[in-house]
Write a protein that binds this ligand. Structure first.
Ligand SMILES: Nc1ncnc2c1ncn2[C@@H]1O[C@H](COP(=O)(O)OP(=O)(O)OP(=O)(O)O)[C@@H](O)[C@H]1O
Ligand SMILES: [Mg+2]
Length: 268
């Protein structure tokens, strides 16, 4: 299983849009995909996908449902897990509860090819463990100057927690491929000169009215407007991500997450 953690420095740059539609793009390429809403404050993945799930991670924590039972089927053949603020509750709970969740996550892992975490902006420390356990981090940035500086700050924090983190820049809401690559180049130049680190480039998504229109209609972009410029950008990013070597590291995601949780407990 591959795991992607979608994050950004600044809010409202397109994390949820990318998570949902990248999931659908990967499903179109034959992957079994689950998108996990891990935004502690503004969980709105279900809105973008137009699903209404009655169960969330809250029910898992209360012992009423298993994790597998709360994977809600969504358009495009993907599964959605509503984590929301319960992710914070989970990470702040005792080892017994976290252990139980991790066991269930390992079960889910066996049935899934790609797990995508949609996080909040500026990575809460509670969600940091998810980012660190993920194979790849997708860092969304837009042409706005504050988005670029905030993206750099986030990359810096991520690398501080995990010097080996593989961070891929996704340039969203750009006027064209050149502007997208320029955002990446700027970020990478700062990372290289100040931190001696390199960022990867995942690709660009044009600013596209179809995105807003689909969100308003609660229809996923990739299904409603598959040949719109934004859909094409997202599909190219999906293809590019699938080119990356499948991680062969022995421990699975659930196991890495458990090591992370232990480590942050020691650090606390
Ligand atoms: N490529 C795009 N073209 C046009 N508008 C876009 C594009 N991507 C995102 N948007 C707009 O930006 C808004 C915010 O997108 P989204 O909710 O995906 O961001 P987010 O990073 O998840 O926000 P938050 O930080 O609140 O979780 C959307 O409502 C949409 O209108
Ligand atoms: Mg969001």
């Amino acid at each position: 299983m591959r795991t992607y953690c979608v994050t950004s420095g600044k809010g409202g740059v397109g994390k949820t849009t990318v998570s949902a539609n990248l999931g659908i793009a990967l499903a179109k390429k034959g992957q079994r995909v689950v998108v996990f809403d891990a935004d502690l404050s503004l969980a709105n993945l279900d809105l973008i996908l137009g699903v209404r799930s009655d169960h969330s991670l809250q029910h898992v924590l209360a012992g009423e449902k298993s994790l597998g039972e709360i994977v809600h089927p969504a358009p495009g053949g993907i599964g959605v897990v509503c984590g929301g603020s319960a992710v914070g509750t989970l990470m702040a709970s005792g080892p017994k509860r976290i252990g139980k969740f991790l066991e269930q996550l390992a079960e889910l892992e066996a049935l899934t090819d790609v797990l995508i975490f949609d996080t909040g902006a500026g990575l809460d420390t509670k969600v940091m463990s998810f980012a660190k356990a993920a194979d790849e981090v997708l860092l969304i940035a837009t042409p706005e100057p504050t988005s670029v500086t905030d993206a750099y700050a986030t990359a810096k924090i991520l690398w501080k927690r995990d010097p080996d983190a593989r961070i891929h820049v996704v340039a969203n809401q750009v006027s064209g491929p050149d502007e997208g690559y320029a955002i990446y180049s700027t970020l990478n130049a700062i990372a290289t000169s100040f931190l001696d680190k390199s960022l990867e480039y995942a690709g660009a998504i044009p600013r596209d009215d179809a995105v807003t229109k689909c969100i308003r209609n609660r229809r996923p972009l990739l299904l409603e407007a598959p040949s719109s410029p934004a859909s094409e950008g997202i599909s190219e990013i999906a293809a590019q991500l699938l080119q990356l070597a499948v991680p062969t590291a022995a421990p699975g995601f659930a196991e890495r997450l458990s090591l992370e949780v232990e480590e942050s407990e020691h650090a606390a």
